[in-house]
Design a protein around this ligand. Structure first.
Ligand code: M6R
Length: 617
Protein backbone atom coordinates (compact mmCIF):
# COMPACT_ATOMS: atom_id res chain seq x y z
CA UNK A 1 0.00 0.00 0.00
CA UNK A 2 1.15 3.53 -0.55
CA UNK A 3 3.63 5.07 1.86
CA UNK A 4 4.56 8.73 2.34
CA UNK A 5 7.78 10.05 3.84
CA UNK A 6 9.32 13.50 4.23
CA UNK A 7 12.42 15.20 5.58
CA UNK A 8 13.47 18.69 6.61
CA UNK A 9 16.67 19.64 8.40
CA UNK A 10 20.42 20.04 8.38
CA UNK A 11 21.13 16.96 6.24
CA UNK A 12 20.26 16.07 2.69
CA UNK A 13 16.90 14.41 2.31
CA UNK A 14 17.52 11.70 -0.34
CA UNK A 15 19.24 9.21 1.98
CA UNK A 16 16.49 9.24 4.56
CA UNK A 17 13.71 9.18 1.98
CA UNK A 18 15.13 6.21 0.10
CA UNK A 19 16.00 4.32 3.27
CA UNK A 20 12.54 4.92 4.66
CA UNK A 21 10.83 3.87 1.44
CA UNK A 22 12.92 0.70 1.39
CA UNK A 23 11.73 -0.14 4.92
CA UNK A 24 8.16 0.39 3.88
CA UNK A 25 8.53 -1.65 0.69
CA UNK A 26 6.99 -4.69 2.35
CA UNK A 27 3.64 -2.88 2.39
CA UNK A 28 3.45 -3.33 -1.39
CA UNK A 29 3.55 -0.72 -4.18
CA UNK A 30 3.99 -0.41 -7.91
CA UNK A 31 5.82 2.91 -8.45
CA UNK A 32 8.04 5.25 -6.47
CA UNK A 33 8.94 8.93 -6.51
CA UNK A 34 10.96 11.66 -4.84
CA UNK A 35 10.89 15.47 -4.86
CA UNK A 36 13.04 18.04 -3.12
CA UNK A 37 14.11 21.64 -3.27
CA UNK A 38 17.63 21.90 -4.59
CA UNK A 39 20.48 22.87 -2.29
CA UNK A 40 20.16 26.53 -3.21
CA UNK A 41 16.43 26.18 -2.40
CA UNK A 42 15.54 27.63 -5.75
CA UNK A 43 14.11 24.80 -7.76
CA UNK A 44 11.85 21.87 -7.25
CA UNK A 45 13.56 18.71 -8.50
CA UNK A 46 11.97 15.31 -8.81
CA UNK A 47 12.23 11.80 -10.17
CA UNK A 48 9.67 9.02 -10.55
CA UNK A 49 9.85 5.44 -11.73
CA UNK A 50 7.41 2.60 -12.23
CA UNK A 51 8.29 -0.72 -10.59
CA UNK A 52 10.65 -1.43 -7.71
CA UNK A 53 12.30 1.34 -5.70
CA UNK A 54 15.59 0.30 -7.26
CA UNK A 55 14.34 1.72 -10.58
CA UNK A 56 14.03 5.12 -8.93
CA UNK A 57 17.48 4.78 -7.35
CA UNK A 58 18.99 3.83 -10.72
CA UNK A 59 17.30 6.75 -12.38
CA UNK A 60 18.69 9.25 -9.90
CA UNK A 61 22.17 7.67 -9.77
CA UNK A 62 23.88 9.85 -12.36
CA UNK A 63 22.17 13.15 -11.53
CA UNK A 64 22.31 14.81 -8.19
CA UNK A 65 18.81 15.39 -7.00
CA UNK A 66 18.99 16.35 -3.38
CA UNK A 67 18.26 19.10 -0.92
CA UNK A 68 17.46 19.80 2.71
CA UNK A 69 13.75 19.36 2.29
CA UNK A 70 12.38 16.35 0.44
CA UNK A 71 9.41 14.01 0.15
CA UNK A 72 9.01 10.49 -1.19
CA UNK A 73 6.34 8.00 -2.02
CA UNK A 74 5.66 4.43 -2.99
CA UNK A 75 2.35 4.17 -4.82
CA UNK A 76 -0.16 1.36 -4.92
CA UNK A 77 -2.42 2.34 -7.79
CA UNK A 78 -5.97 3.40 -6.95
CA UNK A 79 -6.80 6.20 -9.41
CA UNK A 80 -5.26 5.41 -12.76
CA UNK A 81 -2.81 2.77 -13.89
CA UNK A 82 0.70 2.39 -12.61
CA UNK A 83 2.51 4.87 -14.86
CA UNK A 84 5.15 7.47 -14.28
CA UNK A 85 2.64 10.25 -14.81
CA UNK A 86 0.35 8.83 -12.16
CA UNK A 87 3.19 8.15 -9.70
CA UNK A 88 3.71 10.62 -6.86
CA UNK A 89 4.83 13.30 -6.18
CA UNK A 90 2.10 15.18 -7.98
CA UNK A 91 2.45 18.88 -8.72
CA UNK A 92 0.48 22.03 -9.34
CA UNK A 93 0.46 23.36 -12.87
CA UNK A 94 3.55 25.50 -12.38
CA UNK A 95 5.51 22.96 -10.39
CA UNK A 96 5.72 25.30 -7.44
CA UNK A 97 4.59 22.67 -5.01
CA UNK A 98 4.80 18.89 -4.71
CA UNK A 99 2.55 16.51 -2.83
CA UNK A 100 2.78 12.84 -1.82
CA UNK A 101 -0.42 11.29 -0.57
CA UNK A 102 -1.92 8.14 0.96
CA UNK A 103 -5.61 7.32 0.99
CA UNK A 104 -8.35 8.71 -1.21
CA UNK A 105 -9.79 12.17 -1.81
CA UNK A 106 -13.35 11.02 -2.31
CA UNK A 107 -14.67 14.26 -3.81
CA UNK A 108 -11.84 14.61 -6.31
CA UNK A 109 -14.34 14.56 -9.21
CA UNK A 110 -16.14 17.70 -8.10
CA UNK A 111 -12.88 19.43 -7.16
CA UNK A 112 -11.42 18.55 -10.55
CA UNK A 113 -14.50 19.96 -12.28
CA UNK A 114 -14.29 23.17 -10.26
CA UNK A 115 -10.59 23.58 -11.00
CA UNK A 116 -11.13 22.89 -14.69
CA UNK A 117 -13.63 25.72 -14.76
CA UNK A 118 -10.90 27.90 -13.26
CA UNK A 119 -8.67 26.88 -16.19
CA UNK A 120 -6.60 24.12 -14.60
CA UNK A 121 -5.38 21.32 -16.80
CA UNK A 122 -4.55 17.90 -15.45
CA UNK A 123 -2.09 15.41 -16.79
CA UNK A 124 -2.64 12.44 -14.49
CA UNK A 125 -5.69 10.47 -13.49
CA UNK A 126 -4.92 10.76 -9.80
CA UNK A 127 -6.89 12.35 -7.00
CA UNK A 128 -3.49 13.52 -5.71
CA UNK A 129 -2.93 15.83 -8.66
CA UNK A 130 -6.32 17.37 -7.91
CA UNK A 131 -5.13 17.90 -4.33
CA UNK A 132 -1.91 19.57 -5.56
CA UNK A 133 -3.87 21.87 -7.84
CA UNK A 134 -6.34 22.66 -5.10
CA UNK A 135 -3.48 23.63 -2.80
CA UNK A 136 -2.11 25.88 -5.54
CA UNK A 137 -5.57 27.34 -6.07
CA UNK A 138 -5.90 28.07 -2.34
CA UNK A 139 -2.42 29.62 -2.26
CA UNK A 140 -3.22 31.78 -5.23
CA UNK A 141 -6.59 32.99 -4.02
CA UNK A 142 -5.59 33.87 -0.49
CA UNK A 143 -3.37 36.83 0.22
CA UNK A 144 -1.41 37.49 3.35
CA UNK A 145 -3.07 34.57 4.98
CA UNK A 146 -1.30 32.53 7.52
CA UNK A 147 -0.34 29.19 6.06
CA UNK A 148 -2.34 27.49 8.83
CA UNK A 149 -5.53 29.31 7.73
CA UNK A 150 -4.84 28.24 4.22
CA UNK A 151 -4.57 24.59 5.18
CA UNK A 152 -7.79 24.89 7.17
CA UNK A 153 -9.55 26.19 4.06
CA UNK A 154 -8.17 23.26 2.04
CA UNK A 155 -9.09 20.48 4.48
CA UNK A 156 -12.59 21.95 4.79
CA UNK A 157 -13.11 21.00 1.16
CA UNK A 158 -11.49 17.56 1.20
CA UNK A 159 -13.54 14.43 1.79
CA UNK A 160 -12.18 10.95 2.46
CA UNK A 161 -9.41 9.46 4.54
CA UNK A 162 -5.94 10.69 3.67
CA UNK A 163 -2.46 11.62 4.79
CA UNK A 164 -0.30 13.91 2.70
CA UNK A 165 3.00 15.78 2.84
CA UNK A 166 3.65 18.85 0.73
CA UNK A 167 6.59 21.10 0.04
CA UNK A 168 6.44 24.55 -1.54
CA UNK A 169 9.12 26.16 -3.66
CA UNK A 170 8.38 29.51 -2.07
CA UNK A 171 8.81 28.13 1.44
CA UNK A 172 12.03 26.09 1.55
CA UNK A 173 11.90 26.24 5.32
CA UNK A 174 8.59 24.37 5.54
CA UNK A 175 7.12 20.89 5.22
CA UNK A 176 3.36 20.51 5.53
CA UNK A 177 1.96 17.24 6.90
CA UNK A 178 -1.79 16.63 7.05
CA UNK A 179 -3.72 13.61 8.29
CA UNK A 180 -7.34 12.54 8.40
CA UNK A 181 -8.04 8.85 8.93
CA UNK A 182 -4.73 7.57 7.56
CA UNK A 183 -1.76 7.61 9.88
CA UNK A 184 1.16 10.03 9.93
CA UNK A 185 3.90 10.57 12.48
CA UNK A 186 6.83 12.91 12.89
CA UNK A 187 10.26 11.72 14.00
CA UNK A 188 12.40 14.17 15.93
CA UNK A 189 16.14 14.21 15.26
CA UNK A 190 18.92 16.67 16.07
CA UNK A 191 18.07 19.75 13.99
CA UNK A 192 16.02 17.62 11.66
CA UNK A 193 12.53 16.18 11.39
CA UNK A 194 11.31 13.08 9.61
CA UNK A 195 7.74 12.38 8.58
CA UNK A 196 6.27 9.03 7.60
CA UNK A 197 3.08 7.04 7.45
CA UNK A 198 4.71 4.29 9.53
CA UNK A 199 7.22 4.81 12.38
CA UNK A 200 9.34 1.90 11.10
CA UNK A 201 10.69 4.51 8.69
CA UNK A 202 12.51 6.18 11.61
CA UNK A 203 14.33 3.06 12.83
CA UNK A 204 18.00 3.80 13.43
CA UNK A 205 17.45 7.56 13.18
CA UNK A 206 15.26 8.44 16.12
CA UNK A 207 13.04 6.89 18.76
CA UNK A 208 11.41 10.20 19.61
CA UNK A 209 8.22 10.77 17.73
CA UNK A 210 4.95 12.63 17.61
CA UNK A 211 1.90 10.63 16.54
CA UNK A 212 -0.25 13.23 14.84
CA UNK A 213 -3.83 13.07 16.14
CA UNK A 214 -6.59 12.36 13.66
CA UNK A 215 -7.75 15.44 11.73
CA UNK A 216 -4.66 17.47 12.40
CA UNK A 217 -1.89 19.09 10.42
CA UNK A 218 1.69 20.06 11.15
CA UNK A 219 3.81 22.90 9.88
CA UNK A 220 7.33 21.59 10.20
CA UNK A 221 10.26 23.99 10.15
CA UNK A 222 13.90 22.87 10.36
CA UNK A 223 13.92 23.56 14.10
CA UNK A 224 10.30 23.52 15.22
CA UNK A 225 6.96 21.78 14.76
CA UNK A 226 3.57 23.47 15.01
CA UNK A 227 0.54 21.24 15.27
CA UNK A 228 -3.05 22.31 14.59
CA UNK A 229 -6.51 20.81 14.51
CA UNK A 230 -8.67 21.19 11.39
CA UNK A 231 -10.14 24.40 12.77
CA UNK A 232 -6.73 25.99 12.97
CA UNK A 233 -6.33 25.79 16.76
CA UNK A 234 -2.80 25.14 18.02
CA UNK A 235 -2.47 21.71 19.63
CA UNK A 236 -0.08 20.72 22.35
CA UNK A 237 1.64 17.45 21.61
CA UNK A 238 3.54 14.88 23.53
CA UNK A 239 6.73 13.28 22.30
CA UNK A 240 6.68 9.50 22.65
CA UNK A 241 9.65 7.24 22.80
CA UNK A 242 9.12 4.21 20.60
CA UNK A 243 11.62 1.48 20.01
CA UNK A 244 10.78 0.52 16.43
CA UNK A 245 12.24 -2.90 15.92
CA UNK A 246 13.71 -3.26 12.48
CA UNK A 247 15.36 -6.46 11.50
CA UNK A 248 17.71 -5.82 8.62
CA UNK A 249 16.96 -8.02 5.64
CA UNK A 250 19.20 -10.93 5.01
CA UNK A 251 18.55 -14.51 6.00
CA UNK A 252 19.21 -17.95 4.68
CA UNK A 253 15.75 -18.53 3.27
CA UNK A 254 14.95 -18.02 -0.39
CA UNK A 255 12.05 -15.70 0.50
CA UNK A 256 10.47 -13.86 3.43
CA UNK A 257 7.41 -16.05 3.17
CA UNK A 258 9.37 -19.27 3.60
CA UNK A 259 11.26 -17.74 6.52
CA UNK A 260 7.99 -16.71 8.14
CA UNK A 261 6.46 -20.16 7.61
CA UNK A 262 9.43 -21.60 9.50
CA UNK A 263 9.17 -19.02 12.29
CA UNK A 264 5.70 -20.13 13.34
CA UNK A 265 6.64 -22.52 16.09
CA UNK A 266 8.83 -19.88 17.69
CA UNK A 267 6.12 -17.22 17.29
CA UNK A 268 3.54 -19.47 18.95
CA UNK A 269 5.82 -20.36 21.81
CA UNK A 270 6.68 -16.69 22.33
CA UNK A 271 2.95 -15.85 22.36
CA UNK A 272 2.19 -18.60 24.89
CA UNK A 273 5.01 -17.70 27.27
CA UNK A 274 4.36 -13.94 27.06
CA UNK A 275 0.64 -14.31 27.79
CA UNK A 276 1.23 -16.88 30.50
CA UNK A 277 3.35 -14.32 32.33
CA UNK A 278 1.06 -11.41 31.59
CA UNK A 279 -1.89 -13.39 32.91
CA UNK A 280 0.02 -14.40 36.05
CA UNK A 281 0.94 -10.78 36.67
CA UNK A 282 -2.70 -9.71 36.26
CA UNK A 283 -1.74 -7.63 33.25
CA UNK A 284 -4.01 -9.28 30.72
CA UNK A 285 -7.28 -7.56 31.57
CA UNK A 286 -5.45 -4.27 32.08
CA UNK A 287 -4.00 -4.51 28.60
CA UNK A 288 -7.44 -5.37 27.24
CA UNK A 289 -8.81 -2.51 29.33
CA UNK A 290 -11.66 -4.77 30.33
CA UNK A 291 -12.61 -4.95 33.98
CA UNK A 292 -11.88 -8.39 35.37
CA UNK A 293 -15.26 -8.49 37.12
CA UNK A 294 -17.00 -7.70 33.86
CA UNK A 295 -15.44 -10.79 32.29
CA UNK A 296 -17.69 -12.93 34.47
CA UNK A 297 -20.71 -11.21 32.90
CA UNK A 298 -19.30 -11.25 29.39
CA UNK A 299 -22.00 -12.56 27.05
CA UNK A 300 -20.75 -11.78 23.56
CA UNK A 301 -17.45 -11.40 21.80
CA UNK A 302 -17.67 -9.60 18.48
CA UNK A 303 -14.67 -10.12 16.27
CA UNK A 304 -14.11 -8.14 13.10
CA UNK A 305 -11.28 -8.31 10.57
CA UNK A 306 -10.39 -8.70 6.90
CA UNK A 307 -8.74 -11.40 4.79
CA UNK A 308 -6.54 -13.82 6.67
CA UNK A 309 -7.27 -12.17 10.01
CA UNK A 310 -10.97 -12.73 9.35
CA UNK A 311 -10.26 -16.43 8.87
CA UNK A 312 -8.38 -16.49 12.19
CA UNK A 313 -11.38 -14.78 13.79
CA UNK A 314 -13.71 -17.43 12.38
CA UNK A 315 -11.54 -20.09 13.97
CA UNK A 316 -11.55 -18.06 17.20
CA UNK A 317 -15.36 -18.14 17.29
CA UNK A 318 -15.16 -21.88 17.99
CA UNK A 319 -12.78 -21.25 20.90
CA UNK A 320 -14.99 -18.67 22.57
CA UNK A 321 -18.14 -20.71 22.16
CA UNK A 322 -16.71 -24.14 23.02
CA UNK A 323 -14.14 -23.24 25.66
CA UNK A 324 -15.55 -20.08 27.23
CA UNK A 325 -19.24 -20.75 26.51
CA UNK A 326 -19.46 -17.20 25.24
CA UNK A 327 -21.37 -16.40 22.11
CA UNK A 328 -19.11 -15.03 19.37
CA UNK A 329 -19.98 -13.17 16.19
CA UNK A 330 -17.49 -12.63 13.42
CA UNK A 331 -17.89 -9.79 10.93
CA UNK A 332 -16.02 -8.84 7.83
CA UNK A 333 -14.80 -5.37 8.70
CA UNK A 334 -15.29 -4.23 5.10
CA UNK A 335 -19.03 -5.00 5.41
CA UNK A 336 -19.67 -4.17 9.04
CA UNK A 337 -20.14 -0.44 8.62
CA UNK A 338 -22.79 -0.86 5.98
CA UNK A 339 -24.93 -3.41 7.81
CA UNK A 340 -27.54 -2.86 10.52
CA UNK A 341 -25.67 -2.78 13.81
CA UNK A 342 -27.20 -3.96 17.07
CA UNK A 343 -25.08 -2.90 20.05
CA UNK A 344 -25.01 -5.60 22.71
CA UNK A 345 -24.54 -5.25 26.42
CA UNK A 346 -21.85 -7.23 28.20
CA UNK A 347 -19.90 -7.44 24.98
CA UNK A 348 -16.37 -6.94 23.88
CA UNK A 349 -15.62 -5.82 20.32
CA UNK A 350 -12.28 -7.09 19.09
CA UNK A 351 -10.53 -6.07 15.87
CA UNK A 352 -7.94 -8.47 14.49
CA UNK A 353 -5.29 -7.06 12.22
CA UNK A 354 -1.71 -8.11 11.64
CA UNK A 355 -0.75 -4.60 10.57
CA UNK A 356 -3.11 -2.67 12.83
CA UNK A 357 -3.59 -0.28 9.90
CA UNK A 358 -6.11 -1.96 7.56
CA UNK A 359 -8.53 0.83 6.63
CA UNK A 360 -11.70 -1.29 6.65
CA UNK A 361 -10.94 -2.67 10.10
CA UNK A 362 -9.86 0.72 11.40
CA UNK A 363 -13.06 2.41 10.25
CA UNK A 364 -15.18 -0.35 11.82
CA UNK A 365 -13.21 0.13 15.04
CA UNK A 366 -13.84 3.87 14.93
CA UNK A 367 -17.53 3.33 14.36
CA UNK A 368 -17.78 1.05 17.40
CA UNK A 369 -15.60 3.35 19.52
CA UNK A 370 -18.02 6.14 18.56
CA UNK A 371 -20.86 4.15 20.17
CA UNK A 372 -18.93 4.01 23.43
CA UNK A 373 -18.76 0.23 23.32
CA UNK A 374 -15.68 -1.54 24.71
CA UNK A 375 -13.14 -2.23 21.99
CA UNK A 376 -9.76 -3.92 21.75
CA UNK A 377 -7.37 -4.88 18.98
CA UNK A 378 -5.22 -7.94 18.50
CA UNK A 379 -2.31 -6.93 16.29
CA UNK A 380 1.31 -7.60 15.50
CA UNK A 381 2.38 -3.96 15.30
CA UNK A 382 2.76 -2.12 18.59
CA UNK A 383 3.12 1.31 16.99
CA UNK A 384 0.04 0.88 14.81
CA UNK A 385 -2.88 3.24 14.62
CA UNK A 386 -5.32 0.63 15.98
CA UNK A 387 -3.30 0.23 19.17
CA UNK A 388 -3.63 3.95 19.72
CA UNK A 389 -7.33 4.09 18.93
CA UNK A 390 -8.72 0.89 20.47
CA UNK A 391 -9.50 0.99 24.16
CA UNK A 392 -7.43 -2.12 24.82
CA UNK A 393 -4.93 -4.21 22.91
CA UNK A 394 -3.15 -7.54 22.86
CA UNK A 395 0.04 -7.79 20.85
CA UNK A 396 1.01 -10.83 18.86
CA UNK A 397 4.54 -12.01 19.44
CA UNK A 398 5.13 -13.07 15.83
CA UNK A 399 7.92 -10.60 15.07
CA UNK A 400 7.81 -8.47 11.91
CA UNK A 401 5.95 -10.10 9.04
CA UNK A 402 7.21 -8.83 5.69
CA UNK A 403 5.76 -11.12 3.08
CA UNK A 404 2.48 -9.81 1.70
CA UNK A 405 1.08 -13.26 2.25
CA UNK A 406 0.33 -13.57 5.95
CA UNK A 407 1.47 -16.80 7.62
CA UNK A 408 2.92 -16.50 11.11
CA UNK A 409 0.57 -13.67 12.05
CA UNK A 410 -2.36 -15.95 11.15
CA UNK A 411 -1.20 -18.80 13.38
CA UNK A 412 -0.23 -16.38 16.16
CA UNK A 413 -3.73 -14.91 16.02
CA UNK A 414 -5.17 -18.41 16.35
CA UNK A 415 -2.86 -19.19 19.27
CA UNK A 416 -3.72 -15.98 21.10
CA UNK A 417 -7.47 -16.41 20.57
CA UNK A 418 -7.21 -19.94 21.94
CA UNK A 419 -5.51 -18.64 25.09
CA UNK A 420 -7.92 -15.73 25.44
CA UNK A 421 -10.87 -18.15 25.38
CA UNK A 422 -9.19 -20.10 28.19
CA UNK A 423 -8.52 -16.93 30.21
CA UNK A 424 -12.19 -16.00 29.94
CA UNK A 425 -13.24 -19.56 30.83
CA UNK A 426 -11.05 -19.41 33.93
CA UNK A 427 -12.59 -16.09 35.05
CA UNK A 428 -16.05 -17.54 34.52
CA UNK A 429 -15.16 -20.58 36.59
CA UNK A 430 -15.60 -22.96 33.65
CA UNK A 431 -12.06 -24.33 33.84
CA UNK A 432 -9.42 -24.48 36.56
CA UNK A 433 -5.74 -23.56 36.54
CA UNK A 434 -4.77 -27.13 35.59
CA UNK A 435 -6.87 -26.88 32.43
CA UNK A 436 -5.30 -23.55 31.62
CA UNK A 437 -1.86 -25.12 32.03
CA UNK A 438 -2.98 -27.88 29.70
CA UNK A 439 -3.97 -25.25 27.14
CA UNK A 440 -0.40 -23.89 27.15
CA UNK A 441 0.88 -27.44 26.60
CA UNK A 442 -1.66 -28.06 23.82
CA UNK A 443 -0.47 -24.96 22.05
CA UNK A 444 3.12 -26.07 22.37
CA UNK A 445 2.25 -29.53 20.97
CA UNK A 446 0.35 -28.04 18.04
CA UNK A 447 3.26 -25.68 17.27
CA UNK A 448 5.56 -28.67 17.33
CA UNK A 449 3.24 -30.61 14.98
CA UNK A 450 3.15 -27.66 12.60
CA UNK A 451 6.91 -27.53 12.42
CA UNK A 452 7.47 -31.27 12.11
CA UNK A 453 5.31 -31.44 8.95
CA UNK A 454 7.37 -28.73 7.25
CA UNK A 455 10.50 -30.84 7.24
CA UNK A 456 8.71 -34.11 6.67
CA UNK A 457 7.09 -33.04 3.40
CA UNK A 458 9.57 -30.44 2.12
CA UNK A 459 11.29 -32.62 -0.47
CA UNK A 460 8.08 -34.26 -1.68
CA UNK A 461 6.48 -30.87 -2.12
CA UNK A 462 9.43 -29.32 -3.90
CA UNK A 463 10.41 -32.21 -6.10
CA UNK A 464 7.22 -33.97 -7.09
CA UNK A 465 3.99 -32.54 -5.69
CA UNK A 466 4.42 -28.88 -6.62
CA UNK A 467 5.50 -29.67 -10.21
CA UNK A 468 2.48 -31.97 -10.50
CA UNK A 469 -0.16 -29.66 -9.01
CA UNK A 470 1.12 -26.48 -10.63
CA UNK A 471 -0.24 -27.94 -13.89
CA UNK A 472 -3.83 -27.77 -12.68
CA UNK A 473 -5.80 -24.57 -13.22
CA UNK A 474 -8.59 -24.85 -10.69
CA UNK A 475 -8.81 -26.11 -7.13
CA UNK A 476 -11.66 -26.69 -4.74
CA UNK A 477 -11.06 -26.54 -0.98
CA UNK A 478 -13.45 -28.05 1.52
CA UNK A 479 -13.68 -28.51 5.28
CA UNK A 480 -16.17 -28.78 8.08
CA UNK A 481 -16.62 -27.05 11.42
CA UNK A 482 -13.38 -25.40 12.62
CA UNK A 483 -11.52 -26.68 9.54
CA UNK A 484 -13.80 -24.79 7.16
CA UNK A 485 -12.16 -21.41 7.92
CA UNK A 486 -8.81 -23.11 7.28
CA UNK A 487 -10.12 -24.22 3.89
CA UNK A 488 -11.14 -20.59 3.23
CA UNK A 489 -7.69 -19.43 4.24
CA UNK A 490 -6.05 -21.99 1.94
CA UNK A 491 -8.10 -20.91 -1.05
CA UNK A 492 -7.17 -17.27 -0.37
CA UNK A 493 -3.50 -18.18 -0.04
CA UNK A 494 -3.46 -20.13 -3.32
CA UNK A 495 -5.19 -17.30 -5.21
CA UNK A 496 -2.97 -14.65 -3.66
CA UNK A 497 0.42 -16.10 -4.45
CA UNK A 498 -0.08 -18.52 -7.36
CA UNK A 499 -2.89 -16.66 -9.22
CA UNK A 500 -4.63 -20.00 -9.74
CA UNK A 501 -8.36 -20.21 -9.41
CA UNK A 502 -9.50 -21.50 -6.03
CA UNK A 503 -12.97 -22.00 -4.70
CA UNK A 504 -13.96 -23.01 -1.18
CA UNK A 505 -17.07 -24.71 0.12
CA UNK A 506 -18.18 -26.19 3.42
CA UNK A 507 -17.93 -29.93 2.78
CA UNK A 508 -21.61 -30.48 3.61
CA UNK A 509 -22.63 -27.90 1.00
CA UNK A 510 -20.98 -29.70 -1.91
CA UNK A 511 -24.10 -31.66 -2.76
CA UNK A 512 -26.05 -28.40 -2.93
CA UNK A 513 -24.19 -27.23 -6.00
CA UNK A 514 -20.39 -27.30 -6.09
CA UNK A 515 -20.33 -31.06 -6.71
CA UNK A 516 -21.15 -30.20 -10.33
CA UNK A 517 -17.60 -28.86 -10.68
CA UNK A 518 -15.99 -32.19 -9.85
CA UNK A 519 -13.98 -34.02 -12.47
CA UNK A 520 -10.40 -35.24 -12.77
CA UNK A 521 -9.18 -31.74 -13.65
CA UNK A 522 -10.22 -30.05 -10.41
CA UNK A 523 -8.28 -31.33 -7.40
CA UNK A 524 -10.34 -31.20 -4.22
CA UNK A 525 -8.42 -30.42 -1.06
CA UNK A 526 -10.00 -31.73 2.12
CA UNK A 527 -9.03 -30.67 5.63
CA UNK A 528 -9.88 -33.44 8.02
CA UNK A 529 -11.14 -33.16 11.59
CA UNK A 530 -10.42 -35.16 14.72
CA UNK A 531 -13.99 -35.26 15.98
CA UNK A 532 -15.30 -38.80 15.19
CA UNK A 533 -18.73 -37.66 13.98
CA UNK A 534 -17.37 -34.88 11.77
CA UNK A 535 -14.70 -37.27 10.49
CA UNK A 536 -17.39 -39.80 9.46
CA UNK A 537 -19.22 -37.12 7.50
CA UNK A 538 -16.00 -36.10 5.79
CA UNK A 539 -15.31 -39.68 4.77
CA UNK A 540 -18.75 -39.69 3.15
CA UNK A 541 -17.95 -36.43 1.33
CA UNK A 542 -14.67 -37.89 0.11
CA UNK A 543 -16.53 -40.94 -1.23
CA UNK A 544 -18.98 -38.71 -3.11
CA UNK A 545 -16.05 -36.96 -4.76
CA UNK A 546 -14.25 -40.20 -5.63
CA UNK A 547 -17.49 -41.60 -7.10
CA UNK A 548 -17.44 -38.68 -9.54
CA UNK A 549 -13.89 -39.27 -10.65
CA UNK A 550 -12.55 -36.45 -8.50
CA UNK A 551 -8.90 -36.05 -7.54
CA UNK A 552 -8.43 -35.94 -3.76
CA UNK A 553 -5.67 -34.18 -1.85
CA UNK A 554 -6.26 -34.80 1.84
CA UNK A 555 -4.72 -33.08 4.82
CA UNK A 556 -5.51 -35.69 7.47
CA UNK A 557 -4.31 -36.71 10.92
CA UNK A 558 -2.17 -39.70 11.76
CA UNK A 559 -4.34 -42.81 11.93
CA UNK A 560 -7.15 -41.61 9.64
CA UNK A 561 -6.95 -44.67 7.43
CA UNK A 562 -10.28 -44.44 5.50
CA UNK A 563 -9.34 -41.02 4.19
CA UNK A 564 -5.80 -42.12 3.48
CA UNK A 565 -6.99 -45.03 1.34
CA UNK A 566 -9.19 -42.82 -0.77
CA UNK A 567 -6.67 -40.01 -1.24
CA UNK A 568 -4.63 -39.44 -4.40
CA UNK A 569 -2.29 -37.48 -2.15
CA UNK A 570 -2.38 -37.74 1.63
CA UNK A 571 -0.57 -35.54 4.13
CA UNK A 572 -0.49 -36.93 7.66
CA UNK A 573 -0.33 -34.45 10.53
CA UNK A 574 0.25 -35.49 14.18
CA UNK A 575 -2.90 -35.56 16.31
CA UNK A 576 -3.41 -32.50 18.52
CA UNK A 577 -6.24 -30.94 20.55
CA UNK A 578 -9.02 -31.09 17.90
CA UNK A 579 -9.60 -27.34 18.27
CA UNK A 580 -5.99 -26.75 17.29
CA UNK A 581 -6.30 -28.84 14.12
CA UNK A 582 -6.24 -25.69 11.92
CA UNK A 583 -3.05 -24.56 13.62
CA UNK A 584 -1.29 -27.91 13.26
CA UNK A 585 -2.18 -28.05 9.54
CA UNK A 586 -1.43 -24.43 8.67
CA UNK A 587 2.30 -24.75 8.08
CA UNK A 588 1.90 -27.65 5.67
CA UNK A 589 -0.98 -25.96 3.88
CA UNK A 590 1.12 -22.79 3.46
CA UNK A 591 4.09 -24.81 2.16
CA UNK A 592 1.88 -26.66 -0.32
CA UNK A 593 0.66 -23.38 -1.75
CA UNK A 594 4.11 -21.81 -1.54
CA UNK A 595 5.86 -24.48 -3.61
CA UNK A 596 3.13 -24.40 -6.26
CA UNK A 597 3.58 -20.63 -6.57
CA UNK A 598 7.37 -21.04 -6.76
CA UNK A 599 6.97 -23.71 -9.40
CA UNK A 600 4.94 -21.22 -11.45
CA UNK A 601 7.66 -18.63 -11.01
CA UNK A 602 5.49 -16.21 -9.06
CA UNK A 603 7.06 -13.48 -6.92
CA UNK A 604 5.75 -15.04 -3.70
CA UNK A 605 6.63 -12.20 -1.36
CA UNK A 606 5.16 -9.49 -3.55
CA UNK A 607 2.24 -10.94 -5.51
CA UNK A 608 0.79 -8.75 -8.23
CA UNK A 609 -1.99 -6.28 -7.42
CA UNK A 610 -2.06 -6.85 -3.67
CA UNK A 611 -0.29 -5.06 -0.86
CA UNK A 612 0.70 -5.89 2.69
CA UNK A 613 -1.13 -3.09 4.40
CA UNK A 614 -4.37 -1.99 2.81
CA UNK A 615 -4.93 1.60 3.84
CA UNK A 616 -7.83 2.31 1.49
CA UNK A 617 -11.39 1.10 1.93
O1 M6R B 1 -3.12 -6.46 8.46
P1 M6R B 1 -4.44 -7.17 8.42
O2 M6R B 1 -4.43 -8.47 9.17
O3 M6R B 1 -5.58 -6.29 8.87
O4 M6R B 1 -4.67 -7.49 6.89
C1 M6R B 1 -5.88 -8.03 6.42
C2 M6R B 1 -5.73 -8.60 5.04
O5 M6R B 1 -5.43 -7.59 4.12
C3 M6R B 1 -4.61 -9.65 4.97
O6 M6R B 1 -4.81 -10.63 5.94
C4 M6R B 1 -4.55 -10.33 3.59
O7 M6R B 1 -5.71 -11.06 3.38
C5 M6R B 1 -3.28 -11.19 3.50
N1 M6R B 1 -2.39 -10.62 2.54
C6 M6R B 1 -3.52 -12.61 3.10
O8 M6R B 1 -2.33 -13.33 3.07
Amino acid sequence: MSSVVGYIGKNYSWDFVVDALARLEYRGYDAAGFACLDVANKHLLYAKAVGPLQNLIDKVADKIIDGHVGIGHTRWATHGASTEVNAHPQFDEHKRLAVVHNGIIENHHSLRAQLKREGHEFISQTDTEVLAHYLEFALGTTQNEKISDLIVSVVERLQGAYAFIALLQERPDLLIAVRKGSSLCIGIGEDEFFVASDPIAFAGRTEKMIFMPDESFALILPDEVFLYDFEGNRLMFSVESVDVAWEEKGHDFESDMLKEIYEQKQALNATASFYKQLHQRDGLWRSLNYDRNKVKQLKHINLFACGTSWHAARIGKFFFELIAQTHADVSLASELRYMPFFPQENSLYVALSQSGETADTLEALRMINGMKLPTAVITNVAASIMVREAQGFLLLKAGPERSVCSTKAFTSEIGLLYLLAHFIALEKGLIDQAQLDKAYRNLFIAAQALESTLERYRNDLMLSLAPKYAKYEKFLFIGRHIMYPLALESALKLKEISYLFAQCSPAGELKHGALAMIDENVPVIIYSHLDPLIYKKLVANAQEIKARNGHLIIFGFNGQEELKEMADCFFAVPQVDPLLGPLAMSGLMQSFVYYIAKELGRPVDRPRNVAKTITVE
